[in-house]
Design a protein around this ligand. Sequence first.
Ligand SMILES: *Cc1c(COP(=O)(O)O)cnc(C)c1O
Length: 407
Amino acid sequence: MFSQKTIQKIRSQFPILEKKVYSYPLVYIDNAATTQKPIQVIQSSESYYSTINANIHRGLHFLSQKATYNVENVRKKIQNFIQAKSSSEIIFTKGTTESINLVASSIEIKKGDEIIISYLEHHSNIVPWQIICDKKEANLKIIPINNDGFLQLDYFEFLISERTKIVSISHISNVLGIINPVKKIISKSHEYGALVLIDGAQVPSNLELNVQDLDVDFYAFSAHKMYGPTGIGVLYGKKEILENIEPYQSGGEMIKNVSFEKTTYSNLPFKFEAGTPNIEGIIVWGTAIDFVEKIGVKNIQFYKEELLKYAIQRLSCIDGIKLYGGNDYRKRSGIISFNLSKLHCFDVGSILDRLGIAVRTGHLCAQPLMNFFHVEGMVRVSFSVYNTFKEIDYLFNSLLKVKKILL
Ligand SMILES: *Cc1c(COP(=O)(O)O)cnc(C)c1O
C-alpha cells in the first residue's frame, strides 16, 4: 500500500490532475480507455523533437544514429519489461488493434479451420477474426461465460480440437476487469497444436508479465494505457513463429533486397515494420516504462486491488445499483462496471461529468458482452496508480446525487 505522501507525490507528476472541469477538481477514472501522462513523459516528447528527431536505421549521420540507438534501446526495455527471450521478438505497431490485425492477416488460415475467442472480447479481438473467417471460410467459436462474466473453461475444452488454428483471448477484460486464466488456456491450446494470441491491452503496468513463463505465442498491447503516448504499441511473437509467417505490410524497411524479379525480406523484427515507424512514440514510451518501473508493477497491482476492493464495498451499498463481474476483487484488475436502477448509462455519465468525474459509458467496445447482460451499455470506472480512496468517496456521493436528480 502507498502512503498518503507517496500518492500525493505520484499525483503531483501528472499536470492534468490539477485541472478543474466545470469548476470541480478532475476525478479521472477512465483509465481503461487511456491513462494520463506524467510530466516526464510529456517532457520526453519535447526533448525528442528538440534534440533527436531524424529517421532511423538507414541514416549514417549523427542524429539518425542517435534516433536509431534510442528506438532500439526501448525495444530492449520492452523485451525486459515483458521478459521476452530476444528483442527481435518485439514488433512495433500502432497498438493492440493493429497487433491483432497483423496476426489475423499473417498466419495461415485455411477453409474449415477454427478460431476460438470468447464472449468477453473487445471489438478489436472480434472483428479481425470475423473478417478472416469470412474470407477463408473458417469458423469462429466463442467461449461462453457464467453470470458473473467468468469464462466457462469446461466449455473451452469442449470447443478446442485439432481443427483449432488459433485461440485469441483477452488477459484482462476491459469491461469487467476479470483476469482470465490465460496460462491454463495456453497450455491446453498447445496440446492441440493451436496458436495462442493474448490481447493484453489492460495488462502492462497492472500485472507482472512474463511471456516466456506464459509460453504465449503472440501478445498484444498499447503504450497509451500504461502512461505512454497514443499510436504506438507492440506485438510480441515467438521468434520461430514470426520467422515463418507472412509479412503484414510491405514497403521500405521490411526488405533486404528489392529487384523486379525478386524481393527478399528483412530479418526480425524489421520484416513486420514497413515504413517509418512512430519514432517519437517509441522513444517517449521508454520514459513511461521508466516511470512504471520506478514505482514497481507489483506495487501498482496491490494498490489498484485495494482501490477496487474499497470501490466494490462502497458502491454495492447504493440501493438499486447493479455491479457486474462478481465481488471477488482478487480475480479482477481495477475496473468496475455498473448500471444504476433503470437509468440510462449516458444520463448517469453526463451528470458525473458535470461533477468533474470522467467515466466511460456505453457499450465499452464489447457489444456481445452487453447483449449477454441484456443491457445497451454500462458505466465503467477504471483506476490507475494516481486515484485515491477519497475520489471513490466522491464518486459514491455523486452517484447518490445522480439518483436524487434523476429518480
Ligand atoms: C483498449 C483495448 C483494445 C484496443 O487497444 P488500442 O490501443 O485502441 O488498439 C483492445 N483490447 C482491450 C482489452 C482493450 O482494453
